[in-house]
Design a protein around this ligand. Structure first.
Ligand SMILES: Cc1cc2nc3c(=O)[nH]c(=O)nc-3n(C[C@H](O)[C@H](O)[C@H](O)COP(=O)(O)OP(=O)(O)OC[C@H]3O[C@@H](n4cnc5c(N)ncnc54)[C@H](O)[C@@H]3O)c2cc1C
Length: 331
């Protein structure tokens, strides 16, 4: 792989998670020049956030997402080395720490505007685009704007607080992530308050059972945080029913949403802002394909993302090979 800068590519892949990495491997196998862009410093997307063993992926017995991330990255590097050895030129260009700011779609090409970590903007042109932007953690609006800095969004690291034994914390959410977070935190803290706006938790039954067995976890179904209270730091939260609870941090785990803003107005999205694709994973724009979580509203999984990436690459390569053979027949 190289980090060199080029202005024109057969394909640009946006998103270096499992879907984007798999697409890149497909293009390496097919010897097609591609640019892979990710705004994070490393490839892997959400994989680095998976703390537990992954048990639903064929061929990968890993203890956490980071192990899989490293394995996937080394597969990609290996594929790039094989392709380089054959072609004697780099086929995959990688840009990490590179944020896609804007996309413009034309009949014959896609223009991708990016900004890197140094604030330098550039624009590349692609014959085809695969968008594999994945999911991000959904945010709550801070109930009181001027207290927004108290709102400890998704503070999995709870910076500077390695000893939490005297702390009271709140976790917001009712799905698997929220309950898993509560179960992992409960043994480390004094009190845990699990707040969920729905009447019932939506998490797996075994997690609901475990929560009920935690001696220091109180649950509040049908409740929302109405106010954050404190002087200089978070001291209490007020629920919409009026009850006040002393907490030093609020951890929000209210699900995920697709990173599809860049595609708005360019391709058709469904009501939950997932990209609508056909059997070849082509969107409503002839040159834009999509893969991974952003098309898998019902089943956002690693294996689906990996399969999608390869499928989208295959669909594009068929078109590239077809147009090459038409050109050579004409000449
Ligand atoms: C806590 C947790 C546990 C999970 N456990 C499992 C499990 O056990 N098994 C399983 O199968 N799945 C699991 N998943 C889901 C799995 O991680 C996802 O389905 C998978 O990562 C989706 O891959 P993706 O490539 O579609 O998207 P992502 O992994 O989200 O990658 C998308 C990438 O696109 C980049 N990007 C987005 N927008 C831009 C932009 N504008 N410019 C540049 N880059 C951009 C992001 O930085 C990111 O790196 C879990 C997820 C989480 C969060």
């Amino acid at each position: 792989m190289t980090n060199e800068s080029e202005q024109s590519f057969a394909v640009v892949i946006i998103g270096g998670g499992p879907a984007g990495m798999s697409a890149a491997m497909g293009f390496l196998e097919g010897r097609v020049k591609a640019l892979l862009i990710d705004r994070q410093a490393q490839l892997g997307g959400q994989l680095a956030d998976i703390p537990s063993p992954i048990v639903n992926l064929a061929g990968a017995a890993v203890n956490n997402g980071e192990e899989l991330r490293v394995a996937m990255q080394s597969s990609l590097e290996r594929a790039a080395q094989f392709a380089w050895a054959d072609e004697k030129r780099p086929l995959l260009t990688l840009r990490n720490n590179c944020h896609v700011l804007n996309l413009a779609a034309f009949e014959d090409f896609i223009s991708v505007e990016t900004i890197n970590a140094q604030g330098i903007k550039s624009s590349v042109r692609a014959d085809f685009l695969i968008f594999a932007g994945g999911y991000r953690v959904r945010q709550l609006e801070a109930p009181t704007a001027h207290l927004a800095n108290f709102w400890q969004y998704h503070t999995d690291n709870l910076a500077g607080q390695s000893d939490l034994s005297a702390s009271s914390l709140a976790v917001v959410g009712g799905g698997d992530s929220a309950l898993l977070k509560a179960i992992s935190l409960a043994p480390k803290v004094k009190d845990l308050h699990l707040i969920h706006r729905g009447k019932n938790f939506t998490a797996r039954p075994d997690l609901i059972t475990k929560i009920a067995q935690l001696p220091n976890c109180r649950t509040y179904c049908g409740s929302k945080i109405a106010e954050l209270i404190g002087a200089g730091k978070l001291e209490r939260i007020k629920l919409d029913g009026g009850e006040e609870i002393a907490v030093s941090a609020v951890i929000v785990k209210v699900g995920y949403e697709p990173n599809t803003e860049l595609l708005e107005g360019l391709v058709k999205l469904n009501e939950k802002r997932h990209v609508i694709v056909d059997h070849a994973l082509k969107s409503s724009h002839d040159r834009i394909y999509a893969a991974g979580d952003i098309i898998n509203e019902e089943h956002a999984r690693i294996s689906t993302a990996v399969g999608n990436g390869m499928k989208a690459a295959g669909s594009i390569m068929q078109r590239i090979y077809h147009s090459r053979s038409e050109t050579s027949e004409r000449s």
